[in-house]
Ligand binder design. Structure first.
Ligand SMILES: O=P(O)(O)OC[C@H]1O[C@H](OP(=O)(O)OP(=O)(O)O)[C@H](O)[C@@H]1O
Ligand SMILES: O=C(O)c1cc(=O)[nH]c(=O)[nH]1
Ligand SMILES: [Mg+2]
Length: 195
């Protein structure tokens, strides 16, 4: 799929939002990609996962033992990636603020893990999820995501395969541009404000 075709899927799902958003990292942005709206169409979710899986080198695809995603945003695309790759898909979640495996999920010692996210902005959530995977005994060999909002500038410490890379500017709370300053930010994601 071309970048234009992928962004057309986001527009068709009314998932490219404009306003004032507080992101998971604490940064602010005028734009938000609501991947949950893209993935609510199961055929579209399957199509995008197949396109993302096709971006992974063949030897990497074969080496992966398990797909792990950070909840909530990573769960659906992680599950679809597991289906596309023919691998099991599990997730980490943070009911107390730190990612952990629950629900009877476990990772075999040394298992090769593909981390799958919906969106990567600063990479903070990805790095936190990778810590949980390593603590559980897994080896993170790569990450895949629907969208890299850092337009290639983020370093996750492992090879990173986004379906599309976009540069939507983000701002620290004290550095808001005039069009955002003085407007109330909406926080669509589920990371607790305290985490
Ligand atoms: O690269 P980052 O700066 O960490 O930003 C991206 C993260 O933000 C969103 O999750 P969020 O924490 O909002 O919660 P959710 O997945 O539960 O919606 C998204 O799903 C990524 O996990
Ligand atoms: O950085 C984020 O929290 C974020 C940005 C975005 O565009 N979409 C999303 O789901 N999360
Ligand atoms: Mg998330």
């Amino acid at each position: 799929m071309t970048d234009d075709e992928i962004l057309a899927e986001f527009r068709a799902a009314d998932a490219l939002l404009q306003g004032h958003f507080l992101l998971s990292s604490g940064r602010h942005s005028e734009y938000y990609l609501q991947c949950a709206r893209v993935l609510m169409d199961t055929a579209r979710a399957g199509r995008l996962a197949a396109a993302l899986a096709a971006k992974l080198p063949r030897d990497l695809r074969q080496a992966i033992d398990v797909v792990v995603s950070p909840a909530m945003g990573g769960v659906i695309i992680g599950h679809e990636m597991g289906r596309a790759l023919g691998k099991p898909a599990i997730f980490v979640e943070r009911p107390t603020g730190t990612f952990e495996l629950r629900r009877g999920f476990a990772i075999d010692k040394g298992a090769k893990v593909l981390m799958v996210e919906d969106v990567v902005t600063t990479g903070l959530s990805s790095r936190e999820a990778m810590e949980a995977v390593r603590a559980a005994g897994g080896e993170v060999v790569a990450e895949a995501a629907l969208v890299d909002r850092s337009a290639g500038s983020v370093d996750l410490g492992v090879p990173f395969f986004p379906l599309v890379a976009i540069n939507f500017p983000t701002y620290a709370p004290g550095e808001l541009p005039p069009e955002l300053a003085g407007t109330q930010a909406v926080k669509p994601g589920s990371r607790s404000a305290a985490a």
